[in-house]
Write a protein that binds this ligand. Structure first.
Ligand code: MG
Length: 378
């Protein structure tokens, strides 16, 4: 029986994780859950799984929840950190959204746990530190992102010195075929409407700008220890090939399945084994055609900015991540246009100082300064 902590249990990945564990009920048990604010969605999870401890980031909501349940209810950012540092679990599912996922993930790493990581920001902002700490404490970092799970599966029994390149596939998002001139008038509703994946609001907008793929490029660099020049992005609108690895002899390995996040989540829990899953039904004649296109970096500027930040290194990825989080929030609140998102990121890259080999404090400070600057931009 493996004990599981899910951080961000009421988000899109959190819900899928709960579903997966429900199906694998005899082998896995949920012992800890955290949410930002949505205690009304956490409450039924507490009743069903009876965790020992939960944490709620919003303090008022935590106080409300405490009156309704018997388990320990921690609160605030410190509550999430305390839960990660002290709760009884074997596997930590990091399904929180954004930079706030970093600190609790570091606690789980220091305890040498298996980390099933869906929170890509952790690796984007602090990839070098996080991978060093995983090595130091013997923590096992397993990707939950579908692309990285595909690469991880393709690399099974391969030597990393034989990798020629990693090819991350991208659906292209809802605006793959939309002309750049029309980007100015894109509405929030249009941007939230992803063609192949059902996801939370932040990642849906990131997919529409292709920043999501940019963040995944940075994530891939740290997960698989390859050079920036060894990572390629190809548009694959059907989202059936989740990513590929080309080896030095020209062979390409890929992982395929109908798009469902439950599959990479389950693999991160059962690895190196596999368990039957009733949610996947691959029907290739029905899929029919798989197509591929080159990404248009002049149209999807965010993707180019992410590549650029990885080449620059230091705190540049931290800056683009923080600027992007604020810009996406502003777009969702209808304060800026869709086409302004990359502009805000560029402004922050130009104005915030880059530190070449940042310690954790510098990363936190860079994140804070970038958010402050981005909030004031229009
Ligand atoms: Mg992905």
């Amino acid at each position: 029986m493996k004990k599981i902590a899910i951080l961000g249990s009421t988000g899109s990945i959190g819900f899928s994780s709960v579903d997966v564990i429900r199906n694998l009920e005899h082998d896995f048990k949920i012992t800890a859950l955290t949410v930002n604010t949505k205690i009304e969605l956490l409450l039924p999870q507490i009743k069903e799984f009876n965790p020992e401890v939960v944490a709620v980031r919003d303090r008022a909501k935590a106080a409300e929840l405490r009156k309704l349940v018997d388990c320990t209810v921690l609160e605030g950012d410190e509550g999430l950190i305390e839960l990660a540092a002290t709760a009884d679990y074997d596997i930590f599912i990091g399904a929180m959204v954004g930079f706030s996922g970093l600190a609790p993930t570091l606690e789980a790493i220091k305890r040498g746990k298996r980390i099933a990581l869906a929170n890509k920001e952790t690796l984007v902002v602090a990839g070098e530190l996080v991978t060093q700490l995983c090595e130091k404490y013997g923590a096992e970092l397993l990707p939950v992102d579908s692309e990285h799970s595909a690469v991880f599966q393709s690399l099974s029994s391969e030597q990393s010195s034989n990798i020629k390149k990693i090819i991350l596939t991208a659906s292209g998002g809802p605006f793959f075929k939309v002309d750049k001139n029309e980007f100015n008038s894109i509405t929030v509703e249009q941007a939230l409407n992803h063609p192949t994946w059902k996801m939370g609001a932040k990642i849906s907008i990131d997919s529409a700008t292709m920043m999501n793929k940019g963040l995944e490029v940075i994530e891939a660099k740290w997960l698989f220890n390859v050079a920036c020049s060894q990572i390629e992005v190809v548009i694959h609108p059907q989202s059936v090939i989740h990513s590929m690895v080309e080896f030095i002899d020209g062979s390409v390995k890929a992982q395929l399945s109908v798009p469902d996040m439950k599959l990479p989540i389950q693999y991160a829990l059962t690895y190196p084994g596999r368990m039957p899953a009733n949610f996947v039904n691959n029907n290739f004649p029905k899929i029919g055609t798989l197509t591929f296109f080159e990404p248009d970096m002049s149209k999807f500027e965010c993707l180019g900015l992410a590549f650029e930040s990885l080449k620059t290194g230091g705190t540049a990825p931290c800056i683009i991540n923080a600027a992007n989080e604020i810009a996406v929030e502003k777009f969702l609140n209808k304060q800026i246009s869709f086409s302004r998102i990359p502009g805000i990121i560029k402004d922050c890259l130009n104005k915030i100082e880059n530190h070449k080999t940042p310690c954790l404090e510098t990363i936190f400070e860079t994140d804070r300064l970038t958010r402050e600057l981005a909030l004031g931009l229009t």
